[in-house]
Design a binder for this molecule. Sequence first.
Ligand code: GAP
Length: 462
Amino acid sequence: MSELTEYCTAEQYLGKATMEKITSLAKRRGFVFQSSEIYGGQSGAWDYGPLGIELKNRIAGEWWKEMTRLHDNIVGLDAAILMHPRTWEASGHVENFTDPLVDCKKCKSRFRADMIPEENITSKKCPDCGGELTDTRKFNLMFKSNIGAAEDTASTIYLRPETAQGIYVNYKNIIQSNRMKIPFGIAQIGKAFRNEIVTKNFIFRTCEFEQMEMQYFVKPGTDEEWFNEWKKQRWAYYEKLGVKMDHLRWHQHGPDELAHYAKDAYDIQYLFPMGWRELEGVHNRTDYDLGRHSQFSGKDMQYIDQDNNNERYIPYIIETSAGLTRNVLMILCDAYDEEKVADKGDADDIRTVLRFHPALAPVTVAILPLMKKDGLAELAHDIRKELQDDYATDYDQSGAIGRRYRRQDEAGTPFCVTVDYQSKEDGTVTLRFRDSMEQIRVPRAELAVKLKQEIKSYKRIK
Ligand code: GAP
């Protein structure tokens, strides 16, 4: 509770998503575990538990639907993580994908020079112990390994630091195989790796992570228009997911922040517990990447516009690039809530609830028999079987019903179905809503349709 005394009153602390609370809930409920925990943990890597993988898959699924199914001219791809090493020379990553690094000669701490106060760099003074800092040097973030038995430069291979390059090297294959016409897009979700100097804030910045990237190929001269269009679409996407919009803002990259490939770039930042941080980037990458691949591979990367007198040009690329694992953290923080509830007569009773959009919730509906006996458990199992094909379900028969509701609230389950003695008599069940805690009776036969309607019309109330 250190943050309680430092930053806010007990009343304000209640309901506030702190990193401490999110990390602890994530472990307790099986969202995210430290990698290799029994060996003391591996920094920069995390494992997704039963609820975490469901949440991550749902976020990926919603993004995939948004970026491919809802667009006639965007197709998917799953390129290999290991790519020809020339890819990374062409992309500029071998030369430019670096962070400025300083070490403390005394305490051996390592810092990103752009993340510590300027005065420490100029005075060469360690911000932790006051010891002497080394000169700033460039540190390449790509993980390097060797492929095959020999360990020489000819066998150098990199783990990809972004998924985008797999799309660029396949752009001609996709035009040919799928008869794509500009403008069109290619979407991909996959792992990326960066040897980050500073990995803190849980799963925010890690060495192994996942990206959801879409590259949109456009005619030069139309790029600024498409750039603005994609900014609009990506903003609307988060609104549709019910994210707190006052926790999102745009940040335009200044000249010092622009990546080596970008003409213009905006981040969507989210107000995480540690402050405003990048969630996703929208970049105008111009013809830089395809131009460089053309130069390095010797292959013609021009698009031939058959509808326009076979006009030839290297397309410009508008990229939308979101971190999937960073989105998991954002959705956890955004959904986190604690509230005082007096449903057991105790005014100070507090429930923790994850207010996930039902489309993202790891479990959509939990089936709870009021008692194990008198055929209620069997009836509940039957109902679960009916719903299982369409919905992610859970079944829980242990403990008082209030406790079971709280467990589901904490896992973010939007709907609970309680099976009681009346269910045996008239075929109705209780449907309980996570957010309002309201309960209504619904005929069992109408349950699946009712859930579908509720998910479609869901509006976040808090
Ligand atoms: N292809 C462009 C690109 O990779 P980026 O801004 O370096 O751009 C895009 O990364 C997104 O990937 C970020 O907005 C962030 O969500 C996610 N990301 C980048 N580095 C990450 C890391 N070390 N850990 C987790 N997510 C990361």
